[in-house]
Design a protein around this ligand. Structure first.
Ligand code: DX5
Ligand code: ZN
Length: 228
């Protein structure tokens, strides 16, 4: 873990699924491994369930940042915290009682995160700022890796960063989708401090070098995250 207040979380959606142990070993300099759980209902794609995530958790050299793109997270999210994921993020659009769910995740010992899709306003999040450890502003439509970054999501990030600062909140602001060495600067400028990158890391010949490059590009544009 670095102490710059910037986190680079490679998404294993872009890894080779049948060589997962070797793929995880390639990202030992990352802060977290980002694990995209998709259920074919909330998004039109299907990935891992709890059994697989538990093995990934046992094998990963870095803690897990689980991103749940599933319906009914109120029912399923706590299980991911219980299996040892350091961070569990569910979608605001899918949760029946986001505050209760975030509190439950924290009680189990995980960092609690809430995500919003590109078109979802952040109004519903402002009330929840004290109950969560991370807010994920999706910078692509969730469901698939390798899509293009949507710059139109940046005003939401700026508004969240301003509000967090105003309240002295230490919430981490995460972006996910289309993050590479050029787009990471836009997101860092807008106030993001936690960056998910799939293809930009696993598509690189040397993932550690890609992680270092992303970290350096983000640092150049970072707000003051020193205390986080
Ligand atoms: C998309 C996932 C992302 C995805 C990012 O629904 O949440 O985590 O893996 O992939 P890239 O970085 O390739 O856009
Ligand atoms: Zn994700």
């Amino acid at each position: 873990m670095n102490d710059s207040g910037i986190r680079i979380n490679p998404s294993i959606l872009a890894a080779d699924f049948v060589n997962m142990q070797a793929e995880l070993a390639r990202i030992a300099t990352a802060d977290f491994a980002h694990v995209d759980v998709m259920d074919n209902h909330f998004v039109p794609n299907l990935t891992f369930g709890p059994q697989m995530v538990e093995r990934i958790q046992q094998t990963s050299p870095v803690p897990l940042d689980v991103h749940l793109m599933i319906t009914d997270p109120d029912r399923w999210a706590p299980g991911y915290a219980e299996l040892g994921a350091a961070s569990v993020t569910f979608h605001l659009e899918a949760a029946a009682d986001p505050r209760a769910l975030a509190r439950r995740l924290r009680d189990i010992g995980a960092r609690a995160g809430i995500a919003v899709k590109p078109a979802t306003p952040i109004d519903g999040l402002l009330d929840l700022l004290d109950d969560v450890d991370q807010i994920l502003v999706m910078t692509v439509e969730p469901g698939f890796g390798g899509q293009s970054f949507m710059p139109e999501t940046m005003p939401k990030l700026r508004a969240l960063a301003d509000e967090a600062k105003r309240r002295g909140s230490h919430v981490w602001l995460q972006v996910d989708g289309g993050i590479g060495e050029s787009t990471i600067a836009l997101a860092a400028d807008a106030g993001a401090d936690t960056f998910v990158a799939g293809s930009a890391v696993f598509g690189a010949a040397d993932p550690d070098l890609a992680i270092a490059g992303l970290r350096a590009a983000a640092a150049q544009h970072a707000h003051d995250h020193g205390a986080k």
